[in-house]
Design a protein around this ligand. Structure first.
Ligand code: PXP
Length: 250
């Protein structure tokens, strides 16, 4: 069965919106594990705008599943990863100011820095995954550099999911799904463990999860979005209870 890695970045985004201690992504990660998630993913951005080093240190201590750290392939981030020791490191492209990761790594164009990061991380005993678009050339190059895992970017697929019964949309959707299927087959044949993620939702996850070569999905935003909505009623009920039970907190 396909495994699920839950990305808790946006729990930290809510925390940082107020600079408050809650909600803590560490608590969210433990709850995700309790619910059956097989791994936890966090993206430590250069500006640490959501996840902080402190979160990763605590996650490293308390998780009983796997910790996957997403980061840019820079010397500074490699140094941090070698100190924090996540189980896997996923190298992603990062542009200052971007809202979210904007595409897969250009493994061919940035071979030197990516290859250097892979070697350093492997020497530190970390498994390395590369986040790439479903592009055969990028995947082949990634395999040749010594990565052990590959995460196929599903963003274009997610954008192509038809909103209605429009024929043209269906054709685009079919093509994007086919690209992922072909990329997954090629990556497995190249000896890589195949993951996928980005933009996956409750609505569009099924066809990707059904690809036999894809062993794990990394999903974040849509799970956090759903948690906020399905948890709203309970949260309001609990606040009313707190208001009406005269507990003295002094
Ligand atoms: N995989 C990678 C490499 C990512 O950068 C992200 C976003 O942080 C995800 C998966 C999860 O994407 P989403 O939040 O859209 O589920």
């Amino acid at each position: 069965m396909t495994k699920l890695g839950v990305n808790v970045d946006h729990i930290a985004t809510i925390r940082e919106a107020r600079g408050a201690p809650e909600p803590d992504p560490v608590t969210a990660a433990l709850l995700a594990e309790l619910a059956g998630a097989q791994g936890i993913t966090v993206h430590l951005r250069g500006d640490q705008r959501h996840i902080k080093e402190r979160d990763i240190r605590l996650l490293r201590e308390v998780l009983t599943t796997r910790l996957n750290l997403e980061m840019a392939a820079t010397g500074e981030m490699v140094k941090i990863a070698c100190q924090l020791l996540p189980d896997t490191v996923t190298l992603v492209p990062e542009r200052e100011g971007e809202v979210t990761t904007e595409g897969g790594l250009d493994v061919i164009g940035r071979t030197k820095e990516i290859s250097g990061a892979i070697q350093d991380l492997k020497e530190a005993g970390r498994q390395v995954s590369l986040f790439v678009d479903p592009d055969p050339d990028q995947i082949q190059k990634g395999a040749s550099l010594g990565a052990t895992l590959i995460e196929i970017n599903t963003a274009a697929y997610a954008e192509a999911v038809p909103k209605g019964l429009d024929q043209e949309d269906d054709e685009r959707f079919r093509k994007e799904l086919e690209k992922i299927v072909t990329a997954a087959q090629l990556a497995e044949a190249a000896g890589l463990r195949v993951l996928a993620g980005h933009g996956l939702t409750y609505r569009n996850v099924g066809p990707v999860s059904a690809i036999p070569q894809v062993v794990e999905l990394n999903i974040g935003h849509n799970i956090v979005a759903r948690a906020a909505l399905v948890g709203m009623e309970r949260a309001v009920r609990e606040m009313l209870e707190a208001m009406h039970s005269a507990v003295d907190v002094r």
